[in-house]
Design a protein around this ligand. Structure first.
Ligand code: AMP
Length: 554
């Protein structure tokens, strides 16, 4: 593999015997059906759904034809706002088949965030769940009546009729032979280079940015992620990670479909017990998760006595994995070929992945080696390439780099330079063999339980509270979530406010995982001489306060 040879500079480029494939998502599904029509494709335990590849393709065709009957056209945007279910996967392929750009909306979003993203992409249609946990999606969508000028069609995933919404099953039932024929004509005109998916990642500007990905981006990335785990049609992957994120829909769904493997969804959202049940009952060979998910599974009271011997491989990604956890995943969960991935939404997502036979040390201290056909370099603060072993910002180039942020050429130019390098904002070190270590973040992003949280977005929201004069948000280390969110607030002169009022202000207006766990009222912030706020000083002070048992909060 290139990148392994001694090279004084921090640059690697991956190679592979298998070339990139140049096909649409629809063609990818067609190929799976041709090769493995009767093999299991989609298992959704909560819904009792079990579809072979041929059955999945038929469900996809019906829903695609139904969308066509609604007058939706290639290139138009259609949102999906739902936890994991069979309809999500069917919609992913049906929209791609019709050339509709699927816009993934985080199921934890509330009305204000939904309004922003739907209007940003000028979505003509929205597929939404009925409700989940404390989110009543239908009520939130109704509350936005009149605020979504482009939205014409609302499709609800529900057995019951809901006034003002079409039912998912009714849309699919409208399919006719003529519509199916039209669909085939449309499919023949689509290009793998067309944008097909927009994934919103929270932005430092305070608004989420829509990373726009093509068929070619995500078909190939999903394929290589699964290839490195040595997937075949015999594999059965347990997917507890969310479909709205590329971990679910690209690494999970497209990883399986490119190899004819089975997708097993244990539940609508992560629950350790349902994951363990699914692995055991479905004899899963692979399991995905962020480190906190694996910790919850290992710590579950029912873990002992489980038969997880069918497991072989999987992916742990999104945050660094503690060595003890990795040891137990290999020994107690039998995932001896588990791999680590590193990447970001803007790069489809994966750039680095460990090999199933990399030694334990490498698998916990690094994110493995470069992916096929991807280039990475590490640069110093001036943008000059760093020598091997030196820390700098990680830049990625290749087939996997997004088309851009939807409707935001300025932000796109800031992220992807003229030579095509995506500036990730992550700090990393490349060793002499090409293994990469992620060492921090240039930006201040907080990762709480695998969710990216950008302080600026929460700050801008909290500024709207009448008693808030100024606010600084940052992450503090947390045993359970990796990081927790802390806000230091300066209160307006003459105003009075308590912690619970701030939390109540956040509730139902921003996603629950963005609500600060720790809130402190302060007179001043630590500043540099040039007047820049020093978040790292606040972080240190809070970390000290929280680790002192007498003053431990909440
Ligand atoms: P997202 O766009 O949501 O996939 O988040 C991408 C960010 O997650 C990256 O820019 C990294 O900061 C972080 N990340 C992803 N994978 C890893 C990993 N294996 N180790 C450390 N950080 C990671």
């Amino acid at each position: 593999m290139a990148g392994m040879e001694a090279n004084a500079e921090s640059y690697v480029c991956g190679v592979s015997d298998a070339p990139l494939v140049y096909q649409t998502i629809g063609e990818t599904l067609d190929e799976a059906v041709r090769r493995h029509p009767d093999r299991p494709a989609l298992i959704v335990r909560r819904q009792n759904v079990r579809l072979t590849y041929a059955e999945l393709a038929a469900a996809v065709e019906d829903f695609a034809a139904g969308l066509l009957a609604l007058g939706l056209k290639p290139g138009e945007r259609i949102g999906i706002w739902s936890p994991n279910n069979a309809e999500w996967v069917i919609a992913q392929f049906a929209t791609a088949r019709l050339g509709l750009i699927l816009v993934n909306i985080n199921p934890a979003y509330r009305a204000a965030e939904l309004e922003y993203v739907l209007n940003k992409v000028e979505a003509r249609a929205l597929i939404l769940a009925r409700h989940f946990k404390t989110s009543d999606y239908v009520a939130m969508a109704r509350a936005l009546d009149g605020e979504l000028p482009h939205l014409e069609e609302k499709i609800v995933i529900s057995d019951e009729t809901v006034e003002g919404f079409r039912r998912f099953s009714d849309v699919a039932a409208a399919a006719t032979p003529a519509l199916r024929a039209d669909l085939r004509d449309i499919a023949a005109r689509l290009s793998p280079d067309d944008p097909i998916n927009i994934q919103f990642t929270s932005g430092t500007t305070g608004f989420p940015k829509g990373a726009t990905l093509t068929h070619h981006n995500i078909v190939n990335n999903g394929r290589f992620v699964a290839a490195r785990q040595r997937f075949t049609e015999e594999d059965r992957l347990c997917i507890p990670v969310p479909l709205y994120h590329c971990f679910g829909m690209v690494m999970g769904v497209l990883g399986c479909v490119t190899h004819g493997a089975a997708m097993v969804f244990p539940d609508e959202a992560f629950e350790p017990q349902s994951v363990l049940d699914a692995v055991e009952a479905e004899r899963c060979t692979a399991l995905y998760g962020v480190p906190t998910m694996f910790i919850a599974e290992l710590d579950h009271p029912s873990f002992k006595g489980r038969d997880l011997s069918s497991l072989r491989t999987g992916v742990m990604a999104g945050a660094p994995c503690p060595v003890e956890v990795m040891r137990r995943v290999i020994a107690d969960m039998h995932m001896r070929e588990v791999t680590i991935c590193y990447g970001m939404t803007e790069t489809s997502p994966v750039s680095f992945q460990s090999m199933p036979d990399d030694d334990l040390e490498k698998r916990v201290s690094t994110v493995g080696r470069i992916h096929p056909f991807v280039e990475v370099k590490i640069v110093d603060a001036e943008g000059k390439i760093a020598p091997r072993g030196a820390q700098g910002e990680l830049l990625t180039r290749g087939y996997s780099v997004m088309r851009g942020y939807w409707g935001d050429p300025d932000k796109t130019r800031e992220a992807v330079d003229e030579a095509g390098w995506m500036h990730t904002g992550d700090l990393a070190v490349l060793d002499g063999e090409g293994y990469c270590r992620i060492t921090g973040r240039v930006k201040d992003m907080i990762i709480r339980g695998g969710e990216n949280v950008y302080p600026r977005e929460i700050e801008e929201f909290l500024y709207k509270h009448p008693a808030v004069q100024d606010v600084q948000v940052f992450g503090v280390p947390d045993a359970k979530y990796g990081e927790e969110i802390c806000a230091w607030i300066r209160v307006r002169a003459g105003a009075a406010v308590v912690e619970d009022e701030i939390r109540a202000f956040c509730k139902d207006r921003i996603a629950h995982y963005k609500v600060p766990r720790y809130i402190r009222f302060v007179d001043d912030y630590p500043m540099t001489v040039t007047g820049k706020v020093q978040k790292f000083v606040m972080r240190e002070a809070m970390t000290k306060e929280l680790s002192a048992p007498a003053t431990r909060a909440g």
